[in-house]
Design a binder for this molecule. Structure first.
Ligand code: PLP
Length: 348
């Protein structure tokens, strides 16, 4: 499929003169900074937070580029990957005219972001085995479908989709395909980051909120060809990632082995939890998971959910979501948390 990125960018974005921040205009060695209306006296924290942070997060990008074998210019750093999702709507979707395609049950923010941006959502539900339904995908998309979100591993079902099927969609779709890999580090599947140079319409999202255990910092990533990354940088708020978050991410990236150890522990705990949950009569099915959570079909979802709440354990009731009747989504916790969960269910 011939793909011309500029053709699908909204006209107002194509013509946008982005905000030029002080820190963007000057990049040399100076000693006195009187260019950004900061407070030169400092703050009650006595830390270096009186200056605006690097708007393009160059040090973080250099480190991630090495880890992921991409160029820094192929990385966008956002205030969570939720920010990248919202920016993609703002860059590509004309409110009330364009639409996006999602494959429910899936991550809820795609639809919320669509509503906020006044963009219609088309739905090609997964099959009953939680696979992508190629016929439905084909039938639902039209010439105004600008974005197709594919979450793999998928939230809340936990499974990954076949690589070939995703590639087929990327090759044939005339808009932007977003492969959301928030849970990729827990998966048996390979990331799609290595494909960004092969497909100018591919965006891959990852996040520091899950495998890296840094949800509180609000830092997410988008990987794509340089043209898309430049658009994201033009539209984002100038200083979208705080200095504290940037410093903390740099420190975390120095300690990748520790993150890898945690990931391995979570995967071990996940497999133990699957086995244990399957023994309960109130559990009809534990779906296979490539993520750090389990989708669990139960005999009486309201009763179990409320019982766990009374035991001070909160899980997610996904019963009202497409194809998930009777299902709870349970995050894999520490071995102690999981033991408490199992003990509570055994009291039911
Ligand atoms: C599939 C998926 N994508 C993105 C996000 C949001 O990630 P972030 O914390 O980076 O905004 C989540 C959070 O739960 C998620 O499940």
């Amino acid at each position: 499929m011939d793909f011309d990125l500029q053709k699908i960018v909204r006209e107002n974005i194509r013509n946008l003169t982005p905000y030029s921040s002080a820190r963007k205009e000057f990049s040399g060695a100076a000693q006195i900074f009187l260019d950004a209306n900061e407070n030169s006296f400092g703050s009650p924290l006595h830390e270096n937070y009186n200056r605006y942070p690097d708007p393009l997060q160059i040090e973080i990008k250099k480190k991630i580029a090495k880890l992921q074998s991409v160029k820094p210019s192929e990385i966008f750093v956002g205030n969570g990957s939720d920010e990248a999702i919202d920016l993609l709507f703002r860059i590509f979707c004309n409110p009330q005219i364009d639409n996006v395609l999602i494959c429910p049950p899936t991550y809820g923010m795609y639809e919320v972001s669509a509503e906020i941006n006044d963009v219609k959502v088309k739905k090609a539900n997964l099959t009953k085995d939680f696979d992508l339904d190629s016929d439905a995908i084909h039938n639902e998309s039209d010439e105004n479908t600008k974005l197709h979100f594919i979450c793999s591993p998928n939230n809340p079902t936990g499974n990954s989709f076949g690589r070939e099927e995703i590639l087929r969609i990327v090759k044939t779709f005339g808009g932007i395909v977003i492969v959301d890999e928030a849970y990729i580090h827990f998966s048996r599947e390979q990331s799609f980051v290595s494909e960004i140079n092969n497909f100018p319409n591919l965006v891959v999202l990852q996040t520091f909120s899950k495998a890296w255990g840094l949800a509180g910092l609000r830092v997410g990533l988008a990987f794509a060809g340089e043209e898309i990354i430049q658009l994201l940088n033009r539209v984002k708020p100038p200083y979208n990632v705080s200095e504290i978050a940037q410093q903390a991410i740099l420190r975390a990236l120095e300690n990748k082995p520790e993150a890898e150890k945690t990931i391995a522990e979570i995967i071990t705990e996940r497999e133990k939890l699957i086995e244990s949950l399957q023994n309960f009569s109130c559990v009809k099915k534990v779906y296979p998971s490539d993520a750090n959570f389990l989708l669990v079909k139960t005999t009486d979802v309201e009763k179990i959910y409320n019982f766990l709440l009374a035991e001070k354990i909160v899980v997610r009731n996904r019963s009202n979501v497409e194809l998930c009747a009777g299902c709870l989504r349970i995050t894999v916790g520490t071995s102690e948390e999981n033991a408490n969960l199992l003990e509570a269910i055994s009291k039911l």
